[in-house]
Every structure is written in structure tokens, then in C-alpha cells.
Design a protein around this ligand. Structure first.
Ligand code: GH3
Ligand code: MG
Ligand code: MG
Ligand code: MG
Length: 322
């Protein structure tokens, strides 16, 4: 049952209003003391308040202002019921304070019931809207969270699919994908495109002497070293084992070989301090581009670079062959 709080200092009015509302099927809370009305409104949370204007102690307008100042009672609609409501100014004052409606005394029972019913319907639909909005806000927050989670998972999946775990460089799959892409682009636009294959020299015996873990550290450090010497647009990855590949779009073999020698020199200079020993490794590099030997596809280009690498190994390692 919907609850209406009636506030009026005159007992006759209070009784009349209460009876009228009870007859209309509402549960009525009532008080003659406006100061008590606040406490009742706060604890009972009525659906509607009807208040008199002229009351000793606290006027109807002041009561409304206090109700509006409390979060617990702020949203309860209040109807001002008064004989004072004869001028537009007093109407403006009542509505300005936060009353949603007014009825004149003496109260016309039919009018009062109609206004009460319509006000209760309005405030019920207002509450329903508020609840919907709140639910939507909650759903939105959940959706945003879910999206962020999906994004993180997508990034993690993408990373797992493209990044080599030991070195953090691109992995073989990604390298092959980019090799194919860059080769096609270069052929289409007639641009030069080079490929370096870099292989650590005598790494099997290095591992045998110093252990696999030290070998891993050297591979990681070498990867970082290579990374520092490559530019944006170059694609550097670990092709597998102790072998790295660099794709150089826009670069002909001659310039690629010069970069390869810078990389080779940097690796040869680097010292890995294990605490007990100062270790060094060298690399051999094979260079090929899409002009020399006119490779018909990216696999042929890679094969040319690999052949150059093996020539470098045969010639004594720690060198670049193109
Ligand atoms: P070469 O100069 O002819 O390249 O000699 P190599 O010993 O480097 O070549 P080989 O292909 O015979 O051996 C490669 C070695 O690289 C074997 C393996 O122990 C080592 N290796 C491959 N992957 C890893 C790795 O992830 N970690 C470590 N520590 N070693 C690796
Ligand atoms: Mg090797
Ligand atoms: Mg080998
Ligand atoms: Mg190898």
C-alpha cells in the first residue's frame, strides 16, 4: 500500500485529509508538528508528503527546504496544501522551494485524490527510470571492464603469436609473414629490399664449455645489441636457435652489408661478464637483396641470404658475405 505523510497543525484539517486519503486506499502517516515530520519522513520513507504552509515553529516552505537538503528525503514528492495559495507569488515560493504541486484549502476531495494519484504515478515512473539508469550505468561499467579484459587478452594472444619468449624479438612465424609482405611490396613498387641472416659462431661448443644458461644470457644480450643498431621499419627477429634475421625494406644489399658489418663489429666487441669469466662471441652474416640473382619469391631471397651465411662460415666466420 502506498504511504502518504500528512503534516498540518490544525487537527480538523489533519483529520479531514487523513480520512479522505484512507478512503482512497492510502496508508496515512500524520503529524501536527512539522519538526517531527522530518524524522518520520526519514524513517518511514513515505511515497508522498502533503504539508500545510502556515504552522507554528516550522513553515511548510521551510519544511520542504529541509526535506530537500537530506539525501534520504530529497526525492519524496511534496504537495503544498494551503489556503494561503491565492497569489502567484506564494505559488512561486512553494514550487521554488521544491513542492511538486499545490492544492487549495478548503480541499476539494475529488481534486485532491486526482492530484495525489497522478503525483504518485509520476514519482513511481521516475523511480523506475532512475533504477533503469542505475542498472545501465552498472552494465556499462561491466562492459567497459569486459572490453578492457578482452583487449588485454587479445594483446597477450597477439604477443604470444608474434614474439620470441627468450629474446623478446619477433619470432619465426612473424618474420616469415613480414618477409612475404615486404618482398611483395618491394616488387610491386620496384624498391630494394634486403635480408640479413645472422648466426652465432661455434655456439655449440660455447654452450658445451659455459653451459646452456650462460648461452641463453648471451642470446638475450645479443638480441638487445642488434635491436639497438636497427632502425624503425627494420624487422628484427629470432629465426630459431642461435640465428637471427633482419628484414630491411628500402635498403639495397650494399647498404645492408654495411649495416651487417656494424652489427657484426658490435657483437664481436661485446663482453659477457659471468662473474668468473669475460666471454665473447662472434657472428657470421649472410646478406642478399631482391635484385642480386633476381629471386622470384621471398623464399628464394632467404635462400640467397642463407647461402651467403654459409659462405661466411666457410671463409672463417666473424664476417659478412653478400
Ligand atoms: P657454426 O659456427 O657453424 O654456426 O657453429 P654452431 O655450433 O653455432 O652451429 P650448430 O648449428 O652446430 O649449433 C648451434 C648450437 O646453438 C646448438 C645449440 O646448443 C645452440 N642453441 C640453439 N638454440 C639455443 C638456445 O635457445 N639456447 C642456447 N643456450 N643454445 C642454443
Ligand atoms: Mg651457429
Ligand atoms: Mg651451424
Ligand atoms: Mg645455426
Amino acid at each position: 500500500m502506498q504511504q502518504v505523510l500528512v503534516v498540518d497543525d490544525e487537527l480538523a484539517h489533519l483529520n479531514a485529509l487523513s480520512e479522505l486519503l484512507q478512503a482512497a486506499g492510502y496508508e496515512v502517516l500524520r503529524t501536527r508538528q512539522p519538526e517531527r515530520a522530518l524524522a518520520i519522513a526519514e524513517s518511514a520513507g513515505p511515497d508522498l508528503i502533503i504539508t500545510d504552509w502556515d504552522m507554528p515553529g516550522l513553515s511548510g516552505v521551510a519544511l520542504i527546504q529541509q526535506l530537500k537538503a537530506h539525501p534520504a528525503t530529497r526525492d519524496i514528492p511534496v504537495i503544498m496544501c494551503t489556503g494561503k495559495m491565492t497569489s502567484s507569488e506564494s505559488l512561486e515560493t512553494a514550487l521554488g522551494a521544491g513542492a511538486v504541486d499545490y492544492v487549495r484549502k478548503p480541499v476539494d476531495p475529488i481534486e485532491l485524490r486526482a492530484r495525489v494519484r497522478s503525483m504518485l504515478q509520476l514519482s513511481a515512473s521516475h523511480r523506475a527510470l532512475l533504477a533503469k539508469e542505475e542498472a545501465l550505468t552498472r552494465q556499462n561499467a561491466q562492459l567497459r571492464e569486459l572490453n578492457a579484459l578482452l583487449d588485454r587478452q587479445k594483446r597477450a594472444l597477439h604477443e604470444a603469436a608474434t614474439v620470441d619468449r627468450l629474446t623478446g624479438l619477433f619470432n619465426r612465424d612473424y618474420l616469415m609473414e613480414q618477409l612475404s609482405r615486404e618482398f611483395s611490396n618491394a616488387q610491386r613498387y620496384g624498391h630494394p629490399f634486403s635480408c640479413l641472416v645472422i648466426d652465432v659462431d661455434h655456439f655449440k661448443s660455447f654452450n658445451d664449455r659455459h653451459g646452456h644458461l650462460v648461452g641463453d644470457v648471451v642470446l638475450r644480450d645479443t638480441a638487445q645489441l642488434l635491436l639497438r643498431h636497427t632502425r624503425r621499419g627494420d624487422v628484427l627477429g629470432r629465426f630459431g636457435g642461435e640465428e637471427f634475421v633482419v628484414l630491411l625494406p628500402g635498403t639495397p644489399a650494399l647498404k645492408a652489408a654495411a649495416l651487417a658489418d656494424v652489427l657484426r663489429g658490435a657483437v664481436a666487441q661485446a663482453v659477457y661478464d659471468t662473474g668468473e669469466e669475460r666471454l665473447q662471441v662472434t657472428v657470421s652474416v649472410g646478406v642478399a637483396d631482391n635484385r642480386v640473382g633476381e629471386p622470384p619469391n621471398e623464399m628464394a631471397l632467404l635462400k640467397h641470404a642463407d647461402e651467403a651465411l654459409y659462405a661466411a662460415k666457410r671463409q672463417g666466420r666473424d664476417r659478412v658475405v653478400r
